[in-house]
Write a protein that binds this ligand. Structure first.
Ligand SMILES: [Zn+2]
Ligand SMILES: [Zn+2]
Length: 337
């Protein structure tokens, strides 16, 4: 079968690999669509130390069930499904308390193990979610970035009426803002890229701030009537944004870090104490795929607004190269198989 494979960093092509066979307690799936994610680009560039090569990329995967275990009662051949790509051990400490998303032995599709950009994949049955029929193939992979964003908003327990500053308005930040709106919170997006702020505004985000041309602290103070934001979600991984989160957040506020920092950031930790802040990490997600699929199917989150384009599997390698070279031209690309 065909697969989109990285031989080594910088070398991506369609590679013929042996046809996937259904493993024990697994579902065999004919892949129909796959999202290209920032982590796939990191794998291509060789900047993600967790990736080993050669590696089939792709963890935002949707497809059709081909074969199920004999005792399977929920899924049937022909069902449309989305894959939860975080394969956990089930026995370590975080797994034992239900935090399977940060399992000590976590393996993620396309990172530690081969991903789903191939014609077929076999995947653990408990990580395969039935998808509503009304979501088109090119949008189904977006259920994965949406669960990441939902988790980032749920970790600091955002409630209606709270101001939520979101630093970074790529796909994860934008989905955080849209999900905060659904909860009834007031999202305030901070990003230096004008097109991203305009897109956020056009999708109903009430406040957008350019931290380069505007005094972001003063604007947030004005919007929150002096309080500052009850919650900050850092979704860029950028060192300046990480540092600014302490200034954007209110006394007794909460910060959720979902952006993966590339370097350590010196922090005025005395402010953690002075402001009595609660700091949350947010990684992957747990148990959120059914809700994510429902929000997309009911049109509550318009993920089509994030789709830059859909390409064929044959065009996937060249598209990965182009996204790596021109990241600002793309928000989300999905590949149709
Ligand atoms: Zn992703
Ligand atoms: Zn575990």
């Amino acid at each position: 079968m065909k697969s989109v494979c990285l031989k080594q960093p910088g070398e991506i092509s369609l590679v013929d690999v042996p046809l996937a066979k259904r493993g024990n307690n697994q579902i065999l799936i004919k892949v129909r669509s796959a999202g290209i994610c920032g982590s796939d680009i990191g794998a291509y560039k060789g900047t993600n130390p967790l990736v080993t090569y050669p590696r089939i990329i792709g963890h935002e995967i949707a497809g059709e069930v081909v074969e199920v275990p004999e005792d399977e009662t929920t899924l049937m051949p022909g069902d449309r499904v989305v894959l939860e790509p975080y394969v956990y051990c089930g026995t370590c400490y975080p797994c034992s308390i239900g935090h399977t998303n940060c399992c000590e032995n976590l393996t993620v599709l396309g990172v530690h193990i081969d991903g789903g950009m191939a014609e077929y994949i076999s995947h653990p049955r408990h990580l395969v979610h039935k998808a509503p029929n009304n979501i088109p193939w090119e949008l189904l992979p977006l259920a994965e970035p949406l669960v990441i964003s939902m988790h980032a908003v749920n970790q600091p327990k955002v409630v209606a009426g709270e101001h939520v500053v979101i630093t970074g308005c790529g796909q994860i930040g934008l989905l955080c803002a849209l999900y905060a709106l659904i909860i009834g919170a007031i999202p305030i997006v901070v990003d230096p890229v004008k097109e991203r702020l305009e897109r956020a505004k056009s999708l109903g985000i009430p406040y957008v701030i350019d931290p380069v041309t505007e005094d972001s602290i003063a604007r947030i103070k004005e919007i929150t009537k002096g309080r500052m934001a009850e919650v900050v979600i850092e979704a860029s991984g950028d060192a300046r944004a990480v540092r600014n989160s302490i200034d954007y957040v209110a006394y007794a506020g909460r910060i959720s870090f979902v952006g993966y920092s590339k370097a350590d950031t010196p922090m005025p930790t005395s402010l953690f104490t002075k402001k009595e802040l609660t700091i949350y990490g947010s990684r992957n997600s747990v148990g959120k795929f059914p809700e994510s699929l429902r929000l997309i199917a009911e049109g509550k989150v318009d993920v089509s607004a994030l789709l830059t384009k859909a390409v064929s599997m044959d065009d996937a390698p060249a598209t990965v190269v182009d996204i790596a070279e021109h990241p600002d031209r793309y928000l989300k690309v999905t590949c149709l198989f």
